[in-house]
Write a protein that binds this ligand. Structure first.
Ligand SMILES: [Zn+2]
Length: 295
């Protein structure tokens, strides 16, 4: 969740060069985007993912442990270099607990593209949540509770989908993702070959279509979860398989969006079902488009 500083949304560099070859050497460099709401053990917004929440530090511990499990699996599967991007608005990683074999990135200018570039071979998401309006999702939202719909070039995306298209512009392959069952379905619907691990199942069928922001923030809080220790075990196993499969996945990357770029956002108002519509355009840069939307 990133409130105003809507993270998981994308923009783009000029994507004319997306068919250039991968890095010339044969090492594998991985970008890990992290968030908190899709972590096993995180139960709600107020207590777990915002500073001052009584379990916020515990939430960062669970997040970092599940990121570490993925790192362990990726290294076992052949990764040579890994960068961890803290994508949660208030910060979701406890750097004192983070595996020392990786680098930690936070505070990149833009903020898009969050330090993503063409030097990475694969991108993974740990603890990601589904997009706003997803039924049976746990803690679903897109950037903030105000957003009901978020479309890039007419395609409805959430924080994940935005980064999928950002990655496509840089020719970086989505290969692994963890979160709740609904998010994992969202992940596979855009990237059919991506490996996923679901750590919980949302219990609320409500889409929140006619909810105000305040009402939306209070729905989708119920979930059936596996415990963090089991989540870490499963994440490590599948992360290893995913990293081992990454070289072959790089042959069929996700097609990038074509310029010009347009972002349309439907924002909730105090009137149920009435949206304020805003839009942004960029003739040639997805990155610029996304950065314009969070200024
Ligand atoms: Zn988020």
């Amino acid at each position: 969740m990133t409130h105003k500083n809507a993270r998981c949304m994308i923009t783009f560099a000029r994507n004319k060069q997306h068919h250039t070859s991968k890095r010339e050497d044969d090492t594998t460099k991985i970008y890990i985007m992290t968030d908190m709401e899709g972590i096993s053990g995180i139960l709600n917004f107020d207590e777990w993912v915002v500073p001052g929440g009584c379990y916020y530090e515990r939430g960062k511990q669970f997040t970092t442990e599940q990121v570490n499990a993925a790192i362990e699996g990726f290294i076992m599967g052949g990764a040579d270099e890994i960068d961890v991007i803290d994508g949660h608005g208030a910060g979701g990683i406890d750097i004192s607990l983070l595996d020392p074999r990786v680098s930690y990135i936070r505070g990149a200018n833009g903020p898009y593209p969050f330090a993503l570039d063409k030097t990475y071979d694969g991108i993974a998401w740990i603890g990601q949540h589904a997009k706003a309006g997803t039924p049976y999702a746990h803690l679903a939202h897109t950037g903030s509770f105000d957003v009901a719909q978020y479309r890039i070039n007419g395609i409805s995306v959430g924080e994940y989908g935005t980064f999928v298209y950002l990655a496509a512009a840089f020719n970086v392959t989505p290969f692994f993702a963890t979160g709740d069952v609904a998010f994992c379905a969202e992940a596979r619907s855009l990237c059919p070959d991506i490996r996923t691990v679901s750590v919980k199942q949302g219990l609320d069928p409500e889409t929140g279509e006619n909810f105000t922001s305040a009402e939306y923030s209070r729905q989708g809080l119920g979930a059936k979860q596996i415990v963090p220790a089991l989540a870490c075990k499963r994440i490590k196993e599948v992360a290893r398989e995913a990293a081992a499969a990454l070289p072959s996945m790089q042959k069929s990357p996700i097609a990038p969006l074509s310029a010009p770029y347009e972002l349309e956002i439907d924002l909730r108002t105090d009137a149920p079902g009435v949206y304020k519509k805003v839009s942004y355009k960029s003739p040639d840069s997805l990155v610029d488009l996304l950065n314009n939307s969070v200024k």
